[in-house]
Ligand binder design. Structure first.
Ligand code: BGC
Length: 866
């Protein structure tokens, strides 16, 4: 048996330590089983053989612990390990396994590379054929190691000697490019050989210069060029170094990709592809005309390292059915609405053109492409006639369950095509399962909508001509997402961009990055629930991941937002002016006007004002800013009082007698105890009067089950959850949904598609109920940052007889499995080492639990609402 040891450390929120963008990366480790908690730790940092130890540090922190000692220099590598002291052992544990961390290029002066792309003239208003760029070079001595630092204007896929570098897709991702362009660091030692070498890259338009956005899209949002920025740094065994950076000595040629767009899809002409194009081999043919590149400009101070994992292929799915239509087309069903693209293996005469079209749903047996609007999602392969070719597009993604194939040479069989699933490759951290199969499918749909919409930025939808970082959508969904996946790094990066796009007066854009919009979104107006992402999302991430640094960095943005709303509201403390989306997509709103719900949109706005002010006060307190904490807490109280005066009638009814209004009042704690009780009763009454069909949109839906639960109407919350008539969560499941829909009736009971201009079948916002599933049905709630304090508070009901919920917290596994037995409720709780928990089983006094496993035979059956 090995001596117990902590886990190897991890750095920031990164999956590995290569190419970190901060000189002092914070360290996280988990404790060995049975240690209870940490009393002290010691970190050892080995920098090229010079070993430094911190000595014993009496501190119980082991999540995001400050970097010990000198900051890292650019490119500097260190090996880090840790050991800890725990209460029951006199000796420290054994050292953890070592983990390497290596800084990226931290200073602008580290960069020699300049953007290089097509040297030929391009018409910026037309569809442009993407370029490939390359350079031949020699290595005259044995190589010790090599790194490639790489980014692009547009998208890139790099190769060295015919071998792909890395496995990410849609790199460098989407950030506010003028301020932040991500580069990634790759270890390319194994790609190189002594002698002749070639480095090159495929380029695509992507978000940088591709057509993107509403109403046909806008080209060249960030620039007209398409260019690689790459710096290969080779260290020879004798210690000498060589740098091959993109510069005027590179060459470019039009590639075999004829057109490529994130929305449009991609066309690839295999006849124009020389497979040796990126090798120094003599077999390299001259199908491409290579000419000198044009060099461009990029301020190296804007090149930033990733804060989270990249977009990658995470799964392959075979078709569940393949049908041939009378006119020779093939219709494929993958059984799952997903985000990705097809990989096909085709063989046929030169010039054969295979066309792939995609859609989320069928209408009368054919692809329903209307909801895609102007995102055509068509991929085309032209065969070279030189034998079987396995191909998938490079610089596009589609949201689809169905695909149609035309022009296939010969017989198409299921083994010739697979769907490849792509998204930001976050670590899965949350699972939920219960005795109700429909609820399980609903939860699975939430997971799939998370996957499909966490594609470098958090998007509204993955299929139509939108796919934007809508602030309101992630604001309501972040609590769910942060349970299911380790999304801290990705959302931290996106929030950094929200801060950059925030207007000087504090306005938070509707979507980030900002692109030219339809008239409704331009100029940007401040809007409640959307703009509040600036306050509430950093708060959520701090609660779930225990990252006070993240809260601190985004605090100025949060404050600017609340200060703006305070000015807009003026002395009345009521935000009752201007453009608001209200309870967006309330099912009572007409399809063509989703903002016209039944809840007064200014009631929504003032409720959010109070809620954000209160959370800002809490954030200030957590950051040790006492004056701010007082100021915003007082502001929150004043807004709350104004809200009551304006929106709660003496009878206890609210001016909008709607579920969303009551849910807001209760969940945002805006009511007196008496009003709260009345509001809970009225809410339950309204829900039951509508036979527990849902009557809330983006704002009310994430809150309504909590509002019912917290006012003694758990049974009504379960009725809402378990309703299968339209509109309801499970209606979508009974209609065969495999993702969460944008509208409650994206597919209507008569089988027709909702006629609204926005009809997506993959929108996570209404899936925010999964947070309630995790906390209330499953019973796991973070009561302290990073789940260091946990409440196990399951509230069984709705005939559900068991639930199993698990979350990989920063401290380790938290789990709760409960089941109803003949005599009561049995709960198995797992508390992570270093954390503490309180079990609050129905009808039982709270019990404190330390780390480890606990079986509680608690509640008598009478206490459990069945
Ligand atoms: C998006 C939403 C977004 C909304 C703003 C829609 O087009 O898909 O999810 O939040 O606009 O109102």
């Amino acid at each position: 048996m090995y001596p117990p040891q902590p886990s190897p450390v991890s750095f920031e929120h990164l999956p590995d330590g290569l190419g970190v963008g901060v000189a002092a990366p914070r360290l996280t480790w988990t404790l060995p089983p049975g240690s209870g908690r940490q009393q002290a730790y010691e970190v050892e940092v080995d920098r090229a053989g010079s070993v430094r130890r911190t000595g014993r540090v009496d501190d119980d922190t082991h999540v995001l612990v400050p970097w010990p000692g000198e900051p890292l220099a650019s490119r500097e590598r260190a090996e880090v390990r840790v050991r800890v002291w725990t209460p029951d052992a006199a000796e420290p544990t054994a050292w953890s396994g070592p983990r390497a961390v290596e800084a990226g290029l931290l200073a602008p002066t580290d960069w020699q590379a300049v953007p290089v792309g097509a040297g030929w003239d391009e018409d910026p208003e037309a569809e442009r054929r993407p370029a490939r760029v390359r350079k031949d070079f020699r290595l005259d001595r044995p190589v010790a190691y090599a790194r490639l630092y790489v980014s692009a204007h547009g998208l890139y896929e790099a190769e060295i000697n015919g071998r792909r570098v890395g496995d990410e897709t849609l790199a460098p991702g989407w950030t506010v490019y003028p301020h932040r362009l991500r580069y990634r660091t790759h270890d390319v030692t194994e790609h190189l050989t002594e002698g002749a070498n070639t480095i090159g890259a495929w380029l695509g338009d992507g978000w940088y210069r591709g057509k993107y956005g509403f109403d046909g899209g806008t080209r060249n949002i960030y620039g007209t060029d398409q260019a690689l920025i790459a710096q290969l740094e080779v260290r020879y065994r004798d210690g000498a170094t060589l740098v091959i950076a993109t510069d005027g000595t590179w060459t470019a040629a039009p590639g075999p990709i004829l057109t490529s767009g994130l929305y449009e899809g991609e066309t690839f002409d295999a006849r124009l592809h020389d497979p040796h194009w990126c090798t120094p081999s003599a077999a390299r043919t001259a199908v491409d005309a290579w000419t000198p590149v044009r060099t461009g400009r990029r301020d190296p101070a804007t090149l930033v390292a990733p804060m989270g994992p990249p977009v990658r292929r995470t799964e392959e799915i075979a078709p569940v059915s393949l049908t041939r239509t009378e006119d020779g087309r093939h219709l494929l069903d993958f059984g799952q609405n997903l985000v990705g693209r097809l990989s096909i293996t085709a063989d046929g005469p030169a010039g054969t053109t295979v066309v792939l079209r995609h859609a989320e749903v069928l209408e009368r047996g054919a692809l329903a492409t209307r909801p895609l609007r102007e995102a055509y999602a068509i991929d085309t392969l032209i065969l070279s006639g030189e034998g079987p070719l396995t191909w998938e597009p490079r610089f596009t993604l589609h949201g689809f369950r169905y695909a149609e194939v035309t022009g296939w040479p010969g017989e198409l069989t299921a083994d010739m095509v697979t769907a490849r699933v792509y998204h930001t490759d976050m670590r899965r951290t949350g699972w939920f399962e219960c005795s109700d199969p429909l609820v399980n499918r609903l939860h699975e749909n939430v997971v799939w909508s998370t996957r499909g919409n966490f594609v470098d930025i958090p998007t509204d939808c993955p299929q139509r001509d939108e796919r934007l970082g809508w602030t309101g959508d992630i604001q309501v969904f972040a609590p769910t997402a942060s349970f299911l996946y380790d999304c801290a790094g990705m959302l931290d990066s996106w929030l950094t961009d929200v801060g950059l796009e925030q207007l000087p007066d504090g306005t938070v854009p509707w979507y980030v990055p900002v692109i030219p919009g339809a008239p409704m979104w331009t100029p940007i107006h401040p809007g409640a629930a959307w703009g509040d992402a600036a306050v509430l999302t950093p708060w959520t991430l701090h609660q779930r991941f225990g990252d006070i640094g993240l809260l601190r960095r985004h605090y100025p943005m949060a404050k600017k937002w609340v200060d703006l709303v305070e000015r807009l509201a003026g002395p009345t403390r009521l935000w009752d002016t201007g453009f608001q989306l209200g309870d967006w997509l309330d099912p009572a709103a007409p399809p063509e006007d989703p903002a016209a719900g039944v809840t007064d949109r200014y009631l929504v706005a003032t409720a959010y004002f109070a809620h954000s002010a209160r959370h800002l006060g809490r954030a200030a307190a957590a950051l040790g800013q006492a004056a701010d904490s007082d100021r915003y807490t007082t502001l929150a109280t004043e807004v709350t009082e104004a809200f009551r005066r304006r929106y709660v009638l003496p009878s206890g009814r609210m001016t909008s007698d709607s579920p969303t209004a009551y849910a807001l009042g209760i969940a945002f704690d805006l009511l007196t105890p008496e009003q709260r009780r009345d509001a809970g009763d009225r809410l339950a009454q309204l829900v039951l009067a509508d036979d527990a069909r849902i009557a809330t949109g983006f704002v009310g839906t994430p809150l309504i089950c909590d509002a019912l639960t917290d006012t003694g109407h758990l049974d009504v919350a379960y009725r809402l959850l378990l309703q299968t008539e339209c509109p309801s969560w499970l209606y979508t499941v009974t209609q065969g949904a495999t993702t969460i829909w944008e509208r409650w009736d994206s597919l209507r009971p008569d089988g027709s598609l909702n006629p609204g201009g926005m009809t997506s079948f993959n929108h996570y916002a209404l899936g925010a109920v999964a947070d309630w599933l995790h906390r209330v049905v499953g019973g796991i709630t973070a009561t302290g940052p990073g789940y260091r304090d946990i409440a196990f508070r399951p509230r069984p009901g709705g005939g559900i007889t068991w639930a199993r919920t698990r979350h990989e917290t920063p401290y380790g596994t938290a789990a709760l499995a409960w089941e109803l037995t003949a005599t009561g409720l049995t709960a198995r709780c797992t508390v992570p080492e270093g954390a503490r928990a309180v079990a609050e089983l129905p009808g039982c006094p709270p019990i404190s639990l330390g780390p480890g496993e606990h079986v509680l035979e608690g509640a008598a059956i009478s206490a459990v609402a069945v």
